[in-house]
Design a protein around this ligand. Structure first.
Ligand SMILES: Nc1ncnc2c1ncn2[C@@H]1O[C@H](COP(=O)(O)OP(=O)(O)OP(=O)(O)O)[C@@H](O)[C@H]1O
Ligand code: SF4
Ligand SMILES: [Mg+2]
Length: 315
């Protein structure tokens, strides 16, 4: 059984300017426990919306129009709260997840007390252990969130996540707000704790270069649709979708001159009135006449890959 299975999910936002189709028929799965799936795409492509839909955190003006979300086989849109597998979200800003009036120790111990039913002293003991596992000293049990640096707070959030032992972690740009060196350390930590504990993670980022470091597989989103799905290795070796190729050319590498970088021309379309045909056609260097009219399907290729582009559809 897959850990996560999203089937034909469509989500809209009701806004004063109209209805924004944030997700259009999105299907996605994470097959194996311990897998890290990257979800990449430009700002506004629908990554967080997908994360919120899976974790049940969509705002009030959003509606799931159709589709299914299964975590460990449980229907997350219909099951009662008690029978749903736990899903943890790690946000860009750790303060979103931390309670400012409780110490770090109280917040972690609460999870062991109320979720796992340990005694108070056992709970504090475990809280100290899990803090050390994420590289913070036990003495931090007595600190309040405002007494920690940004990187330390994100470590504390990772400790809480470890304590909870969720079926799925959704990390939504967890390092974006941090300094570059701290980013690398947090990324490494996340990778280690997920792999060592056989947790499963959906890693959301606009930065394809981060995906290369920690993900097993990757789904590329554009304007509310998945346009390519692949193992990370195959994606970097041989990107199929013109949008993925453009994203790769825009990544700075140590050995490329700034002049060689090619930012993607144009900007993503409005989701209030997405373009007809292929949504990427106004920006696609390979666009054909038919791309203005026909909506590409997600076509399966070899090695479990798939791509949404008319270049890969049979005539
Ligand atoms: N609360 C909201 N109300 C109305 N529209 C929203 C809301 N949240 C997101 N949207 C719209 O839905 C679309 C998808 O947004 P989403 O936040 O999922 O994108 P994203 O890929 O996570 O972007 P980013 O990289 O900037 O975080 C965007 O067009 C956005 O304007
Ligand atoms: S369908 Fe056409 S416009 Fe869309 S990505 Fe493929 S070639 Fe480009
Ligand atoms: Mg987002």
């Amino acid at each position: 059984m897959a850990v996560v299975e999203v089937r034909n999910l469509s989500v809209v936002y009701y806004t004063p300017r109209g209805v924004a189709k944030a997700l259009d028929n999105v299907s996605l799965s994470i097959e194996e426990q311990g897998e890290i799936l990257g979800l990449v795409g430009e700002s506004g492509s629908g990554k967080s919306t997908l994360g919120y839909a899976i974790s049940g955190l969509l705002p009030g003006n959003a509606e799931i129009v159709s589709g299914e979300i299964l975590v460990n086989g449980v229907d997350m849109l219909r099951a009662g709260e008690d029978s749903k597998p736990r899903v943890s979200v790690i946000f860009q800003d750790a303060l979103t997840s931390l309670n400012p009036v409780l110490t770090i120790g109280e917040q972690i111990a609460e999870i062991y007390l109320y979720v796992h039913g340990l005694s108070k002293s056992e709970a504090y003991d475990e809280a100290g252990r899990v803090l050390e596992e994420v590289g913070l000293p036990r003495s931090f049990l007595n600190r309040y969130p405002h007494e920690l640096s940004g990187g330390q707070r994100q470590r504390a959030v990772i400790a809480m996540t470890l304590a909870l032992r969720p079926a799925l972690i959704i990390a939504d740009e967890p390092t974006t707000a941090l300094d570059v060196t701290v980013q690398a350390a947090i990324l490494k930590l996340l990778y280690r704790v997920v792999k060592e504990n056989r947790l499963t993670m959906l890693y959301i980022t606009h930065d394809l270069s981060l995906v290369a470091h920690i993900c097993d597989n990757v789904a590329v989103m554009y304007a509310g649709e998945i346009v390519e799905y692949s193992s990370v290795k195959s994606l970097f070796r041989d990107p199929k979708h013109p949008y993925t190729r453009a994203l790769l050319k825009a990544i700075p590498r140590v050995d490329t001159d700034v002049e060689e970088l090619e930012p993607i021309e144009g900007s993503p379309p409005s989701l209030l009135e997405p373009p007809e045909g292929c949504r990427f056609h106004p920006r696609c260097p390979l666009a054909m006449e038919k791309c203005r009219i026909l909506r590409p399907r997600l076509v399966s290729l070899v090695d479990g890959r798939s791509v949404r582009c008319l270049l890969y559809e049979e005539e």
